[in-house]
Write a protein that binds this ligand. Structure first.
Ligand code: ACO
Length: 428
C-alpha cells in the first residue's frame, strides 16, 4: 500500500504521497500542494527540501557517511585517480580500461586554451581574485565552443565535459602565473591530471618542476574528496541555472560564483587566515573559540559545522591523516597544523560545539595541505572548484537527461507593502 502523510488545512484533509529513497530516507511530496490548496510551503534556506531525485551521491550526515554512486569515499581515495572518479560520477559506473583511456585522451586533446582566450589574461588586473577569473573564463568558453551550447547526444556532452575538466586546470594555473608576473607554462600531454596542473603552476621555461609523488597523490586525493557532495550551495546553483536550459559552461561558471562564498568553498581561505592570525600572536586559540561562541562577534570557527553532517565529516578525517603523512614525507613542520589540532581539541570538548554537533568539515585541513604544496591561499578555493567540477557536470547531466525536470522556480511569502500609489517627485 502506498504510504501517505495527512495534512489538515482549513477544514480539508489532504493526503500527500511519501517517497522513499534508496537508503530508506523519507520525503513528503508537496509538489501538488499549491495547486490543491493555494498555499505554499515555507522552508527557509531550503534546509528541509529535497530539490530533486538524484542517483549520484549519498550522504548520511548523522553517521558521517559519504558515497559516490554507492561506493564509500574511504574506498575511493587511495586507489583510483581523479579522472576515473570524474567518469564514475558523470556516467554512473566505474569505467573500463578503454573508456578511461578514451576519456583521458579527450582531456589531453582539450587542455590548451584558444589563443583568443589566452590573450584575455593580459587584460585582467594582476591582483584580480582567481575565482573571478575562473568564473569569467569558464563562461567565456561558451564563446569559443558554440557548437556545444546545446548538447544533443552523449558524444557532444562528453566533449563539453572533457573540455571543461581539462581546461579548468589550465585556466587556474594561468591565473596564478599572471598574478605572479610569471610566463605562462603550457600543459604537457605526457603528464597525468594532477602532475600537469602542478607543472603549469610551478615549472619555469627550460626547467621542469620536479614532482614529488607524495604531493601528486595528496592533490589527487584532495580533488577526489571534493568531487561531489549532492545538493550543496554551488551544485544547487548549477542545477538552478541549468534548469533554465542554460549551457554547461554557463551553469558551471555560476557554480564557481556560489563556491566562492566564505560560508561555502571560500571557507578554506578563512581557515588559513584564522590560523595565521593565531600563529602571528594576534589571538590565542581559546580566544578564537570564545569569539566563535559569541553571537555578537560576527565570527565563526571556519572549517567547522555543516548543514548536513552532524558528525565528523568523513572527508576531514581523511584529510587530517593525509596532513600527517604529507608533513612526515616532506619533513617540514607547519605551526598552523599544530594550531588547527589545538582548535579542534578545544572545540570538540566545548559544550557549545558538542551540543550543536559542530565538527571539522572538509575545509578545516585541506588548506594546510595545499599550503605545503606551495599553493598560495588565494588559489585554495580554485583548487576546490577543479575538484568539484565533475560533480557539477554530473548533476547538470542528470537534470538535462530527466524528461520530467522543469525550470527551478521557488515561491516566496511576500511581506512588502500592500498596493499603494505612485507619488510624484514634487510631492515627496
Ligand atoms: N562557528 C560557530 N558557530 C557555528 C558554526 C561555526 N563554524 N557553525 C554553526 N554554528 C552555530 C550557529 O550559529 C547556530 O547556532 P544557534 O543554534 O545558537 O543559532 C548553530 O551552530 C547551527 O548553525 P546554522 O548556522 O544553522 O548551520 P547552517 O546549516 O545554516 O550552516 C555552515 C552551515 C554555513 C557550514 C556553518 O556551520 C558555518 O558557517 N560554518 C563555518 C563556515 C564553513 O566552514 N563553511 C564550509 C562548509 S563545508 C563546504 O561548504 C565545503
Amino acid at each position: 500500500m502506498e504510504r501517505t502523510a495527512k495534512l489538515t488545512f482549513e477544514g480539508h484533509e489532504l493526503e500527500l504521497p511519501i517517497e522513499e529513497g534508496a537508503e530508506g530516507e523519507l520525503a513528503i511530496d508537496v509538489s501538488d500542494l499549491y495547486g490543491k490548496t493555494g498555499a505554499t510551503t515555507l522552508d527557509r534556506s531550503l534546509a528541509n527540501t529535497a530539490l530533486c531525485r538524484s542517483q549520484i551521491t549519498y550522504i548520511d550526515g548523522d553517521k558521517g557517511i559519504l558515497r559516490y554512486r554507492g561506493i564509500p569515499i574511504e574506498d575511493l581515495v587511495y586507489r583510483p585517480n581523479f579522472v576515473e572518479i570524474a567518469w564514475l560520477l558523470i556516467f554512473g559506473r566505474l569505467p573500463n580500461r578503454q573508456e578511461l583511456s578514451d576519456f583521458s585522451e579527450a582531456l589531453s586533446n582539450n587542455q590548451l586554451l584558444h589563443e583568443g582566450l589566452r590573450h584575455q589574461f593580459q587584460h585582467i588586473p594582476v591582483d584580480a581574485p582567481p575565482m573571478a577569473i575562473l568564473s569569467a573564463m569558464l563562461n567565456n568558453l561558451a564563446c569559443y565552443h558554440q557548437e556545444l551550447l546545446t548538447v544533443e547526444d552523449t558524444e557532444q556532452f562528453t566533449l563539453a565535459a572533457a573540455r571543461l575538466i581539462s581546461k579548468v586546470r589550465t585556466i587556474a594555473a594561468f591565473s596564478y602565473r599572471r598574478s605572479r608576473g610569471l610566463p605562462i607554462i603550457h600543459p604537457d600531454p605526457a603528464l597525468r591530471y594532477c602532475a600537469n596542473f602542478l607543472h603549469m603552476m610551478f615549472s619555469v621555461p627550460y626547467r621542469h618542476h620536479v614532482l614529488d609523488p607524495e604531493i601528486e597523490d595528496a592533490l589527487n586525493l584532495i580533488f577526489i574528496l571534493h568531487a561531489d557532495h549532492e545538493q550543496n550551495c554551488s551544485t544547487a546553483t548549477v542545477r538552478t541555472v541549468g534548469s533554465a536550459r542554460a549551457n554547461l559552461f554557463a551553469s558551471c561558471a555560476a557554480g564557481v560564483c556560489a563556491l566562492w562564498g566564505p560560508l561555502h568553498g571560500g571557507a578554506n581561505v578563512e581557515v588559513i587566515s584564522m590560523l595565521e592570525q593565531i600563529a602571528a600572536g594576534g589571538m590565542e586559540p581559546e580566544e578564537c573559540i570564545r569569539l566563535a561562541k559569541d553571537k555578537d562577534s560576527g565570527f565563526r570557527l571556519f572549517g567547522f559545522g555543516h548543514r548536513v553532517y552532524k558528525n565528523y565529516d568523513p572527508r576531514a578525517k581523511i584529510l587530517r591523516e593525509t596532513c600527517e603523512r604529507v608533513f612526515a614525507r616532506i619533513q617540514v613542520r607547519d605551526p598552523l597544523l599544530d594550531i588547527a589540532r589545538k582548535l579542534e581539541e578545544l572545540a570538540l570538548k566545548d559544550s557549545y560545539f558538542v551540543d550543536r554537533r559542530l565538527y571539522p568539515n572538509v575545509d578545516f585541513y585541506s588548506g594546510i595541505i595545499l599550503r605545503a604544496m606551495g599553493i598560495p591561499t588565494n588559489m585554495f578555493t580554485v583548487c576546490f572548484a577543479i575538484g568539484r567540477l565533475p560533480g557539477w557536470i554530473a548533476h547538470w547531466k542528470e537534470q538535462h537527461d530527466d524528461p520530467s525536470s522543469r525550470i527551478i522556480r521557488p515561491r516566496q511569502v511576500y511581506l512588502g507593502s500592500k498596493q499603494r500609489g505612485y507619488v510624484p517627485m514634487s510631492e515627496r
